[in-house]
Design a binder for this molecule. Structure first.
Ligand code: FMN
Ligand code: SF4
Length: 485
């Protein structure tokens, strides 16, 4: 993962640990309305893909155990990992594009309700993504994948040559000369792997995304409601289809690209379709980017506008993330796919302990606070979820007291210690295992390996019934908190 060149080491801290009584009257511990629901506290476990579904997208025992463990800490809400709305092969990512996925998802809801004694609300993050190919072997790319064009012929001075002749000529060129013959997009396909964009409107399936996506999302939400989820989080963040519609880099020349009013159109239409298809007791919100953190990306003014539009449309919550784009991702090895969390924008999404002077804690706070203020100024009370390096009570409570956000998202801190909030509630805040923000977990995610935390995955490996990773070297679930209370 990319890191800021300053490489200043930041250390997480427990901060001021509240007494049981102080916690009880804190804002963190107070209930909050999320549309038709009331969360028992303002603690939220944001979506984290743990790479535990089957290759066909079904819930496994490992998936159940992952969410059960978070639920034992009784946060206000858990958002289940990004789950595909289409019924297409997506590797070991959860899917909700067909009824055959429902029995596993129903079990997942039941497990969370049971383990949290009904205290935790459960949402599912629903996602659409476009196709991305692995970085090709250069020879294979030129021999087979590259489409031969007149533009290349012209640049090579081979105006009337056949495709084979053009390929043969290209094969002889060193990489630095290929740049002068191939288009920037063809070079990107060669160096990074081909990746579809929402602006590829010459492709019929991209052109018609605005026609098909509202139904895909609405059907997925209906299924989620059927199996007992309390709500859905529409995934409008990071490197995926809906975020790409919102992005300033969306230059589609139809009603869905260009000016911000057009870019927000599909996200609003998807929301409307989901809202109309689901019942009054079902919460619908979205996660989008407070800042894209890429050159040429949307501005903070754009994100403030989007937030106000989402709130006015009636969304029940808005969760803000940042960065995580393909645009500045590192070049993958041949045979691997680009990963949107490997460049500077990826750093902004999951900031690490080696950082710049600002550090990894609360990097999304300023932008979130401005978006929240714009929404309040528009007269809307939509609760706002913030995430990014928030790991102790003092930090969380300050954010809430300052009205910078309404709900605290803690992803990696909840992975490091799923009981962190429960420990606070029981007056055992000093026992919290603090996330060190080294991103060992994110490294596993990047390699599509089962995600665990380095602080506990080698602990008590020989205890009976410990679920282990495929290589048997890591435990998959945080050990139980044994303190009697
Ligand atoms: C292993 C892992 C998987 C993640 N998967 C998702 C995901 O499916 N959807 C999403 O919106 N964010 C995902 N994220 C980002 C987190 O939700 C969160 O925004 C980010 O880690 C910053 O919050 P934190 O500092 O509290 O960890 C993932 C993060 C990690 C570490
Ligand atoms: S591996 Fe554990 S300690 Fe390290 S960043 Fe991830 S959750 Fe935090």
């Amino acid at each position: 993962m990319w890191k800021p060149p300053e490489r200043i080491k930041h250390t997480s801290s427990l901060g001021k640990v509240p007494s049981r009584d102080a916690l009880a009257v804190s804002r963190l511990c107070s209930p909050v309305k999320v549309g038709p629901l009331t969360l028992t506290s303002r603690t939220w476990v944001p979506a984290m893909v743990p790479w535990r579904a089957t290759e066909d997208g079904y819930v496994t025992d490992d998936v159940l155990a992952w969410y059960e463990r978070f639920a034992q800490g009784k946060p206000g809400a858990i958002v289940v990992e990004a789950t595909g709305v289409r019924d297409i092969p997506s590797g070991p990512l959860l899917r909700i594009g067909d009824d055959r996925f429902l029995s596993g998802l129903r079990e997942l809801v039941d497990v969370v309700k049971r383990a949290s004694d009904g205290e935790t609300k459960i949402f599912i993050q629903i996602i659409d993504f476009l196709s991305i190919r692995r970085r090709p072997d250069p020879k294979k790319f030129i021999q087979s994948y590259l489409a031969i064009t007149d533009e290349q012929r012209k640049k090579l001075g081979f105006e009337s040559a056949g495709d084979d002749e053009v390929r043969a000529a290209l094969m002889k060129l060193p990489h630095e000369q290929l740049v002068s013959v191939l288009s920037p997009r063809e070079m990107e396909d060669l160096d990074y792997g081909a990746r579809e964009r929402v602006t590829d409107t010459h492709l019929p399936h991209i052109q018609n995304l605005p026609e098909v996506l509202p139904d895909f999302f609405a059907s997925a939400a209906v299924r989620a409601e059927q199996v007992g989820f309390d709500g859905v989080e529409l995934h409008y963040a990071h490197a995926y289809t809906m975020a790409s519609f919102l992005s300033a880099k969306n230059t589609r020349d139809d009603d869905y690209g260009g000016v911000k009013e057009n870019r927000v159109r599909l996200p609003l239409e998807v929301y409307q379709a989901v809202r109309e298809a689901t019942g009054d007791k079902f919460a619908v919100g979205c996660r989008y980017l407070a800042e894209e953190c890429i050159e040429g990306g949307s501005t903070l003014a754009d994100s403030m506008y989007f937030g106000v539009e989402f709130a006015k449309a009636g969304m029940d919550f808005i969760s803000l993330s940042r960065g995580g784009k393909f645009d500045d991702a590192a070049q993958p090895k041949v045979g691997w796919s680009a990963y949107p969390y490997t460049g500077p924008s990826g750093y902004e999404c999951m900031p690490q302990n080696l950082s710049d002077a600002f550090g990894p804690f609360g990097r999304n706070l300023h932008a979130t606070s401005l978006i929240r203020r714009a929404i309040r100024k528009a007269g809307k009370i939509t609760p706002i979820v913030v995430a990014g390096g928030i790991h102790n009570f003092e930090m969380a409570e300050n954010i809430l007291q300052n009205r910078d956000a309404d709900i605290i998202g803690a992803a990696r801190q909840s992975l490091a210690d799923p009981d962190w909030f429960l420990k606070l509630k029981r007056g055992c805040g000093d026992d919290i295992r603090l996330c060190e923000y080294t991103n060992y977990c994110e490294g596993l995610d990047q390699k599509h390996k089962q995600v665990t935390c380095k602080l506990w995955d080698r602990e008590e490996l020989n205890e009976p019934d410990v679920m282990k990773s495929e290589d048997g070297k890591r435990r998959l679930i945080a050990p139980e908190w044994r303190k009697e209370n």
